[in-house]
Ligand binder design. Structure first.
Ligand SMILES: NC(=O)CCC(=O)C(=O)O
Length: 272
């Protein structure tokens, strides 16, 4: 399976409508990918909370159909990153931080509302509503010759390992993590992406932003980690397109040869 990560520069100096046009063109250039992956909240910027209300939309909104048309043209899945999905106006929250997967027909195949909101009472933690559902989606068709069980989580979720056990219990072998992770905590990113791959014995595809938003420097260093915890490919600090071929057959091989998961003793229950 060929995966292309678009590690986008998302900086305050670029007006977001310009970025949307630029990114749609970039995605359209990914001609040989089975799956194209975009980062978290790349339209406003993960830390550019002053734009959240302005870009909030019901799904699909104006941008996702443009990417859907590209998915159809490429015959590829597009993990379109995350969007501010407008919430019920009766609540005091603008919306959800929602990850959207498009299938090769250009339709929405899966959504995931970020469960753990970042900011400790500021930023998205104050402005957005948390999701509760953790589900997987089968990837087959399009250009793909194999099938994957796709699961996703968003950025800060990486710090909560119990979420990933729910995905593993649903057969997840490909974990895609759109992110807006700051440079200040790059070493946490490196350790946690590998830890999630090792403990769950699956592929981790983590797509980060780069650039500067509201005084925060984003780390870049998007990464693909195999189910043994080895880094298959890692981007640098700037905007970059990273293409990698993975063999999903490694997941059942490693789970068979080093069968850690059946030794689990505890199961997770939602905290609230
Ligand atoms: N966008 C985010 O969720 C940022 C998470 C973060 O900075 C951290 O976990 O550290």
């Amino acid at each position: 399976m060929r995966i292309t990560i678009l590690q986008l520069e998302v900086s305050d100096h670029e007006p977001w409508p310009d970025r949307v046009d630029r990114v749609v063109d970039l995605v359209a250039s990914c001609r040989d990918a089975d799956l194209v992956v975009l980062p978290e909240l790349w339209v406003p910027g993960a830390f550019a909370s002053r734009f959240f209300a302005e870009v909030a939309t019901e799904l699909p909104g104006p941008i996702i159909p443009r990417l859907g048309a590209v998915a159809k043209e490429l015959g590829a899945f597009i993990m379109a990153g995350t969007f501010i999905e407008r919430a019920d106006p009766a609540t005091d929250r603008i919306g959800y931080n929602t990850a959207v997967l498009l299938n090769p027909d250009g339709a929405i195949a899966h959504t995931y509302r970020k469960v753990h909101l970042f900011g400790f009472h500021e930023g998205e933690a104050r402005m957005l509503a948390a999701g509760n559902d953790v589900t997987t989606c089968r990837l087959e068709g399009g250009r793909m010759t194999e099938t994957a069980t796709y699961g996703t989580s968003t950025c800060y979720d990486l710090r909560f390992p119990e979420l990933y056990r729910i995905l593993v219990d649903q057969g997840c072998d490909l974990l895609v993590i759109p992110s807006g992770w700051p440079a200040q905590r790059l070493e946490h990113w490196r350790v946690l992406t590998r830890a999630r791959a090792i403990e769950n014995q699956l592929f981790v595809v983590a797509c980060n932003e780069t650039g500067h938003q509201q005084g925060v420097e984003l780390a870049g260093h998007s990464v693909v980690v195999d189910p043994w915890g080895q880094v298959v490919a890692e981007a640098g600090a700037g905007e970059e397109i990273l293409t990698v071929d993975i063999d999903l057959g490694e997941v059942p091989r490693i789970r068979r040869d080093f069968p850690v998961l059946p030794d689990r003793r505890f199961r997770c229950v939602p905290a609230n």
